[in-house]
Design a protein around this ligand. Structure first.
Ligand SMILES: [Mn+2]
Length: 376
């Protein structure tokens, strides 16, 4: 049977290595079992991705060396089997009680300490705890986070591809942007172009914020039109084989005045200061502090109302978070955004965002596109 894994570039060897790292972490915490619900962690270890529905679908990894297995609704069996390298699948039929079915599957396992997927919905978790005999529960995020934070060469390649798709699409649509076009239309043509460039989907709903809307960092596109004398902030990303990109550029329709250009340059310099500190061995907060201090020197610090960045991978926002209090050392292979911005409520805003990855010696930008102010 043809098996199409979640990310075609990720080999079965890599999936198995991820699982054996998890097993090591489980054993060092004396865990007997980890249970994943549909989401990025299940995808990371098994290759299967879907969002959770009302029908319980679980991936279970026992610590005793017996095979990891899926517990799935019968109608999803084929879908899961085609997506994963995991050979053991147990199913339950619509109309039966899934939790008593699950009890059967785990009958032979020792179950005293169990890690549960941090994103598991409560209407699964509560009956699941009961079915497992009320074990001591832990959050699996603590085990999985260090694994997912450090990307393999293959993963960095997928993130680079996602970044290139977004950058190429953005370059292609620039000639179509002009005064009179609505925010929604801009988002639509950019998302269409990303698909044409090879994206599987947009990484998240594209943000297009013109004029005063640009002072809202997560504004969603409306029928407001691009207008001469106003900026437009465009924050977008592509998803490629489940790996995401995220970048932001601020454009200006017509000629910016001094005040705007000065603020734009300050944000660009702040981002460059963040790039300078983005090295393996730096603390996450050092990257934030570099960008924040740069804006402070230019008297814009109070308008920078968010952290400098976030990790990215199978999720658009994940660890490490680049904020002023995170002392975590950046390890070779982490990938994250550097996205300082300034926001003047009701007036306008500016943000410039790129994704970087760090090695022992270097930093690489995974969203290559010019950072000079683009004038339409
Ligand atoms: Mn971002």
């Amino acid at each position: 049977m043809h098996v199409s894994l979640g990310s075609k570039m990720i080999s079965v060897v890599e999936y198995r290595a991820r699982c054996s790292s998890l097993l090591g972490a489980m054993q060092s915490r004396a865990l007997d079992l980890t249970v994943f619900s549909p989401g990025p962690d299940m995808l990371y270890f098994s290759g299967y991705y879907d969002s959770p529905s009302e029908r319980p679908l679980l991936f279970l990894m026992p610590a005793d060396g017996s095979d990891a297995f899926f517990f799935v609704p019968e109608l999803e069996r084929e879908h899961v089997a085609r997506s994963t390298w995991v050979g053991s699948l147990f199913d339950w039929k619509d109309g039966t009680d899934p939790w008593s079915g699950l009890r059967e599957c785990v009958r032979k396992l020792r179950i005293q300490r169990v890690a549960f997927d941090g994103s598991m919905r409560a209407d699964w978790l509560l009956p699941l705890l009961k079915a497992l005999g009320d074990p001591f529960p832990l959050d699996s995020n603590d085990l999985v986070r260090p694994l997912r934070e450090v990307k393999s060469v293959t993963e960095v390649g997928l993130l680079r591809k996602a970044g290139e798709i977004a950058g190429n699409a953005f370059g292609k649509i620039l000639p179509q942007l002009e005064a009179g076009v609505t925010e929604r239309k801009v988002a639509q043509i950019l998302e269409t172009e990303m698909l044409a460039e090879g994206a599987d989907s947009p990484a998240f709903p594209t943000i297009v914020a013109a004029g005063a809307n640009a002072s809202v960092p997560h504004h969603l596109p409306t029928t407001k039109v691009l207008k001469s004398g106003e900026p437009v902030v465009i924050d977008f990303g592509a998803q490629f084989q489940h790996y995401n990109s995220d970048m932001t550029r601020t454009l200006f329709v017509g000629h910016p005045d001094n005040e705007f250009q000065t603020a734009y340059d300050a944000v660009k310099v702040a981002q460059a200061a963040g790039f300078e500190r983005a090295r393996a061995g730096s603390e996450a907060r050092a990257v934030d502090n570099a960008a924040r201090e740069s804006l402070r020197m230019n008297s814009f610090a109070e308008y920078f109302i968010h952290r400098t960045g976030h990790g990215i991978g199978l999720q658009v926002h994940e660890h490490p978070y680049i904020n002023f209090s995170n002392p975590e050392k950046l390890l070779p292979g982490v990938c994250f955004s550097i996205e300082p911005g300034v926001y003047f409520g009701g007036k306008w805003g500016i943000r410039i965002e790129d994704i970087v990855t760090v090695t022992d010696k270097e930093m690489e930008i995974l969203t290559p596109f010019d950072r000079e102010l683009v004038r339409l």
